[in-house]
Write a protein that binds this ligand. Structure first.
Ligand SMILES: *Cc1c(COP(=O)(O)O)cnc(C)c1O
Length: 330
């Protein structure tokens, strides 16, 4: 496993801090640390920055003058892609799917949407249920017919190339733990389009770390989520040159905290946002990291982590708070 073999743009602020959370740990009776991937840089940071270091390097190699991606209205991935495109002098077009039906002006125009436009990206909205990959292919073809060299990034940047960013995170986290003599029993994080967990699991397995990873679902039911992560992890391991290192049982997702659906805030997710903000001064978001933390908190209270040292990987998303202010006010 030798990541230097892959093209990469060194634009992320790495390594991200690994910090204790003493007040939250005391409250929950479990030792919980946080890996600050909300601090990766590029337009307020988040987990997509690590993926985009590898994806955008491919775009540069392909001679792209335009990058295109898609996601929900408040996509963090779109915002971070727009920032990379700005930095690299590329055009950026983002296709936004209305997966929630919210008409609140902050949801449709503030938060990530505001930042997409600040970075000079163009956005186009589609009704929920649209075949977004097909819509994106169509849009890319139209731009190619105009003479553009378009690099298309699937939603969430979850390809084997993007997942290399989280293989890199596994390497970084294990290095920090080893340097400090800190034994990590479990890593917990929010999982969605699967690239984060696939990369982590592949990295942790390839390094033979023995550290399990638990993904807390934000969208799909458990069987589908685990199948997606496993499939991408296997393809990532192949790309890395270590096929077969990921076993099916390494992929574990708990999808009990999704609530009514993707992008729809839950009581437990909002409570988790308040708890992290009030006890640790850390900002989560209602779509991903808040639901991930809701799983962490509930499982800790149920005794699932007894005697363990748990690392919560903060995947970012706080820019979305300003698109969801209606859910948090009062
Ligand atoms: C995209 C995202 C996730 C999920 O990561 P995947 O790699 O898509 O599974 C988690 N948290 C935040 C804040 C995100 O933007």
């Amino acid at each position: 496993m030798h990541l230097a073999r892959f093209p990469r743009l060194h634009l992320a602020h790495l390594p991200t801090p690994l910090e204790p959370m003493p007040r939250l740990s005391k409250e929950l009776g479990v030792e919980i640390w946080i890996k600050r991937d909300d601090c990766t840089g590029m337009s307020t940071g988040g987990n997509k920055t690590r993926k985009l270091e590898f994806l955008m390097a491919e775009a540069v190699e392909a001679g792209a003058d335009m990058v295109m991606t898609q996601g929900a209205t408040q996509t963090n991935h779109g915002r971070q892609t727009a920032a990379f495109a700005a930095k690299l002098g590329m055009a950026c077009h983002i296709l936004l799917e209305d997966r929630t039906g919210y008409t609140d002006a902050n949801y449709t125009g503030n938060g990530n949407v505001l930042l997409d436009n600040l970075h000079g990206a163009t956005t186009e909205t589609f009704p929920g249920g649209t075949d977004m990959p097909a819509a994106m292919e169509k849009a890319a073809e139209a731009e190619r017919a105009n003479g553009k060299t378009v690099y298309v990034i699937p939603g969430g940047g979850s390809t084997p190339t993007g997942a290399l960013g989280y293989v890199n995170c596994a390497l970084e986290l294990l290095g920090q733990a080893n340097d400090r003599g800190l034994v990590i029993d479990l890593v917990v994080h929010a999982t969605g389009s699967s690239g984060t967990q696939a990369g982590l699991v592949t990295g942790m397995s390839a390094l033979n770390s023995g550290i399990p990873v638990l993904g807390i679902g934000t969208r799909a039911p458990q069987a589908k989520q685990e199948a997606m992560v496993y499939d991408l992890a296997c393809r990532t391991a192949e790309k890395l040159g270590c096929p077969g290192v990921v076993h099916r049982e390494h992929v574990v997702a708990n999808t009990d905290y999704v609530g009514a659906g993707y992008g729809l805030p839950t009581e437990s997710g909002l409570a988790a946002i308040r708890m992290f903000a009030e006890l640790e001064g850390i900002l989560l978001d209602p779509v991903y990291s808040g639901k991930g933390a809701a799983g962490l908190i509930d499982l800790a209270r149920k005794g699932a982590f007894e005697g363990q040292r748990v690392v919560f990987l903060h995947t970012g998303g706080a820019a979305g708070l300003f698109g969801y202010d209606f859910a948090l006010r009062g």
